[in-house]
Design a protein around this ligand. Sequence first.
Ligand SMILES: [Zn+2]
Ligand SMILES: [Zn+2]
Length: 334
Amino acid sequence: MVIRRIAPIEENPLSYEEVQTPEPRGKEVLIRVHTCGICRTELDEVEGRLQPKMPVIPGHQVVGRVIETGPNVERLVVGDRIGVAWIYYSCGVCRFCKRGLENLCEKFMGTGCDADGGYAEYMVVDEDYAYRIPEVFSDVEAAPLLCAGAIGYRALKLTGMEDGDTIGLYGFGSSAHIVFQLIRHLYPNSKIYVFTRRRGDAPGELASKMGADWVGETGDTPPSKLNCAIDTTPTGMPVKEALRNLERGGRLVMNLIRKETPITDLDYMQHLWWEREIKSVANITRRDVAEFLDIAARVPIKPEIVEFRLREANEALRMLKYGRYRGSGVLIIK
Ligand SMILES: [Zn+2]
Ligand SMILES: [Zn+2]
C-alpha cells in the first residue's frame, strides 16, 4: 500500500500496487512481512501533518521472517522471526546518540516514513534495528507492541511513576490499553483513572472491562488527584485537563506528537504552579523496544486486536480516525 499524495483519508489516498521486492544490502535483511500494526502516525503521513519521503510505503510495527540476508549480516539468519519498530536508523556518533538518546538523533529516520515500511509483503531493514519476537506472542499480537506498546513504555518511564501512585490515562486506544497492563504488572498498588472522549464510548467500555479504578470523560474531575498522567489523544484540550488534575510535583507526559487542535489557555497558577511539569515523548530508542518486549513477554501482555487485510488499509485508518474500533488495528499480510 503506497502513499503518493497527501489527502484526507476519506479519499482513499493509499493505493494497492505491485512494487519491486527490495534487495538486502550490507547489513540489511529482507523480511517476508506477516503482520503490520496500524498507528496514528500513518494517518498523519497520509493527511500531511508529517512529511514522509514520497512515495512511501508506511508502517512501523512490522512482524515477519528473515528470508534473505545481505553480505555483511552477522547476527540474524534466514528463518528468524523478527520485528521492526519506528526507529529505522540513527547516526551513532552525534551527541544525542552517544548519550543513549538516539531517539533525539539529528539524522533519525522513521520506518515507513523516511524509509519504506511494513504495509507490504516485503521490506528491508538493518539487522541492528530488528528485534527477536518472544515465542509467547503470535504474529498478530506482537505487531502493536512495537510502537503502541514500546512508545507507551517510554512514556511510562518518563512519568517517573512509582508503585502506589495514581496515574491518569487520557485516551484509551492502542497504546493506553497496553500501558494499562504494564502498569498493573509493574505497580500493583497503584490506581489507574481513564478519561475518554464520551462517557460509554468504545474505549471507555474497554477500560471498564479491563478493571480501571475509575472511568470518566475528559473534563471530569476524578475522585483524587493524579501523581502523573499520560496523554495519547490527538486534541489539545486533555493537556489542560490533565494538568488541572495533577497533584503537586506531578508530571504529564504527552505521548502524541501531532495535535490536531491547539493547546490553548494554559494558566500558570491553575495548570503549572506547584512544580507541575509537561514532557513530550519523541521517537524511541532500540533499548526501549528491547526492554519492553522482554517485560511484555513476562506479563504477558495481551492486546485487544482488530484484524484487517492489507488492501483494507484506507478503511482501517478511516476507522482509527473516527474511533470506530477499540484496541489495536493490525494488517494481516501473510
Ligand atoms: Zn507508531
Ligand atoms: Zn545521532
